[in-house]
Design a protein around this ligand. Structure first.
Ligand code: ADP
Ligand code: MG
Ligand code: ZN
Length: 614
């Protein structure tokens, strides 16, 4: 079987995505690879295709127990024999799995890293014909990575105990070079093919808003998108509850998801969302893993996440169908403090030693800085993201709020000079730097107690900007900070000049800032393209979903294991009449054609016969 045949007949897909083919070719030749692709880019296929083609069994090391189960279920459903080994198995189940492995019955086995060392797995593995070892979420091996798991280090010991080292394939969506290098170094990859695929999602429109009241902005945004499906991410369970109540009270069909809800309710709410019974999901970041709903047309973040990796992953759940979709972040400076609190009090990783925890926390702060930079940048938002992931791009993307004319460049040189000299004079007088709030008060000519106590009303810059609203001065200060003309001491919070400040103060340097023309939330939202959804006849699509639901229930699997929404949309578009036509539908391979073809063809025929299209 060649790789194209595997892709068509087994996975039912028509073509490879960018990067997949090169990675698969390398693995097939026995070469190590390091594949760097965005979330949703299709990393699984890069090891699954070689795994079904090569002799022996492929071991896939993965940190997420829930995803393992899903992947194995999906593989079984397309006729690939697969299993998983993790702590959720009983001793009896484990014994059976080992037995099947010994008998060579699996093509793919998912395994949790901490299992590699235990329970006789090593001696079992030594007797197996291992076709390849894939390390999914490989950044977990680096303490500089966003989700360091010391148990990943066990992979190296494990590999060294094998009589023959198989090809090693590592995958991640990580941005930083340091982590990428760590992966190659710690895993001892042998001259790997390093491949970074495109991170850009051109159909996504990025916006950052800074509303006075977030809830009002959210109402405005969801009002403009009443007929659409979307996700609203909130930082806490409590916020999920209150935001969901607010939206529901405003007549929106919303549901909620967070880790504090009972399993049954979570399952039900997720399904209501997947089936568009409730098209709006309000959730914490616990929601979305492994969810492949194609028609999500917006993702709104009610709070800033703690890294750009997390943001891009969550926002990227919009527009999977390739239609234009919006990724909107509602930012307030309070989000920074909240994120810092979460970093300081994160307790989700008890594998870590004190020193490791210190490094992880430090990295978390750096990632947070980049995230804050995104919220504050005046330049192209997509460009900012692509920079972070190390991908070249044009100066302006034309599809983000900073490129789309909502902003205009303004010369703020004289405002900058006033602020910088106020910062300088305050420090000269007191001998230490003061915080931004106090600087704003001085510039406004405020009569606050602190200002008077410290004698800051004596400064020549006192009251210099008394005609400018305080929040506006704040914005200028934040802009000067992100442009490098000011810095805030992370410990004391004092604002200080930088070597660059002199450019503006003494050498006539010009400062430009993007200023919003009018608040977006109040303006009618005009989408650039309002193309039809392209899901075929909506009535047929609904009928196909109903059939999928019935089949899934009969088999006791989640609906997307039968077919994804994207698959059904393609089916509704193509309206296949014969088995041959059915096989051209995305997601339909030989096994699924045999298993489900008849039922879907009948449903399509019945739909057309009964003239269900009005
Ligand atoms: P990642 O692990 O990189 O986040 P996945 O491997 O989970 O991404 O794939 C994301 C989605 O993309 C899945 O629904 C998968 O079926 C789909 N996909 C992957 N490769 C292709 C392809 N070549 N053609 C169509 N769909 C694909
Ligand atoms: Mg993956
Ligand atoms: Zn842009």
């Amino acid at each position: 079987m060649d790789k194209h045949t595997a892709l068509h007949t087994c996975f039912g897909l028509s073509s490879f995505r960018s990067g997949q083919e090169a990675l698969i070719d390398a693995v097939l030749q026995g070469r190590d690879v390091l594949g760097i692709m965005p979330t949703g880019g299709g990393k699984s296929l890069c090891y699954q295709v070689p795994a079904v083609m090569l002799d022996g069994v492929a071991l896939i090391i993965s940190p997420l127990i829930s995803l393992m189960k899903d992947q194995v279920m999906a593989l079984k459903n397309i006729g690939v024999s697969a299993a998983f080994i993790n702590s959720s198995l009983s001793p009896e189940q484990l014994r059976m799995a080992y037995g099947h492995m010994r008998a060579g019955q699996y093509k793919i086995v998912y395994i949790a890293p901490e299992r590699l060392a235990g329970d006789g797995f090593v001696s079992l593995a030594q007797s197996l014909n291992i076709s390849l070892v894939a390390v999914d979420e490989a950044h977990c091996i680096s303490q500089w990575g966003q989700d360091f798991r010391p148990s990943y280090l066990k992979i190296v010991d494990f590999l060294e105990k094998l009589p023959r080292r198989p090809a090693l394939a590592a995958f991640t969506a990580t941005a930083t070079q340091q982590v990428r290098d760590d992966i190659a170094r710690i895993l001892k990859l042998r001259e790997p093919l390093r491949l970074i695929t495109g991170f850009d999602r051109p159909n996504l429109n990025f916006e950052v808003h800074r509303p006075k009241r977030k809830i009002n902005a959210l109402h405005a945004l969801t009002d403009q998108r009443r007929d659409k499906s979307g996700i609203v991410y909130c930082a806490t369970r409590k916020l999920v509850e209150s935001v969901c109540d607010e939206l529901s009270a405003a007549g929106l069909s919303a549901t909620r998801y967070h880790a504090g809800l009972p399993d049954e309710e979570r399952r039900q709410n997720q399904e209501d969302f997947l089936y568009d019974r409730r098209p709006v999901m309000v959730a914490t970041n616990a929601f979305g893993m492994g969810i492949d709903k194609s028609n999500v047309s917006y993702v709104i973040h009610y709070n800033m996440p703690k890294s750009l990796e997390a943001y891009y992953q969550e926002a990227g759940r919009a527009g999977r169908d390739g239609e234009r979709a919006d990724c909107i972040l509602l930012y307030s400076s309070g989000d920074i403090a909240a994120a810092k609190f979460l970093i300081q009090h994160s307790s989700d990783n008890d594998e870590l030693s004190g020193e490791e925890r210190r490094i992880v926390t430090e990295q978390d702060y750096l990632r947070l800085d980049s995230m804050v930079g995104y919220c504050k940048t005046a330049s192209c938002l997509r460009g900012y993201i692509l920079d972070y992931f190390g991908q070249a791009h044009g100066e302006r993307c034309g599809n983000c709020s900073h490129c789309c004319g909502e902003y205009a460049e303004r010369d703020i040189t004289s405002e900058a000079q006033m602020i910088l000299s106020c910062v300088k004079r305050a420090k000269d007088r007191l001998g230490y730097p003061v915080g931004a709030t106090l600087i704003v008060r001085v510039l406004c000519g405020g009569k606050d107690k602190r200002v008077l106590e410290l004698g800051l009303d004596q400064l020549t810059t006192y009251g210099l900007m008394s005609t400018v609203p305080r929040p506006q001065i704040r914005d200028y200060i934040e802009h000067l900070e992100s442009a490098g003309y000011l810095r805030t001491d992370p410990v004391h919070g004092g604002v200080e000049l930088t070597p660059m400040s002199g450019e503006v103060l003494f050498r006539g340097g010009q400062v430009l800032m993007s200023v919003k023309q009018s608040p977006v939330a109040e303006k009618a939202h005009t989408a650039k393209t309002e193309a039809p959804v392209g899901d075929g006849d909506p009535g047929l699509f609904t009928a196909l979903k109903a059939l999928r639901f019935k089949l899934a229930q009969e088999e006791g699997v989640p609906a997307y294991i039968v077919f994804s929404n994207a698959n059904l949309a393609d089916m509704a578009r193509k309206e296949p009449k014969t088995m041959a036509e059915f096989k051209t539908v995305s997601g339909v391979g030989e096994i699924k054609a045999a298993r489900y073809g008849e039922a879907f063809l009948q449903a399509i025929a019945a739909f057309e016969r009964d003239g269900a299209r009005g």
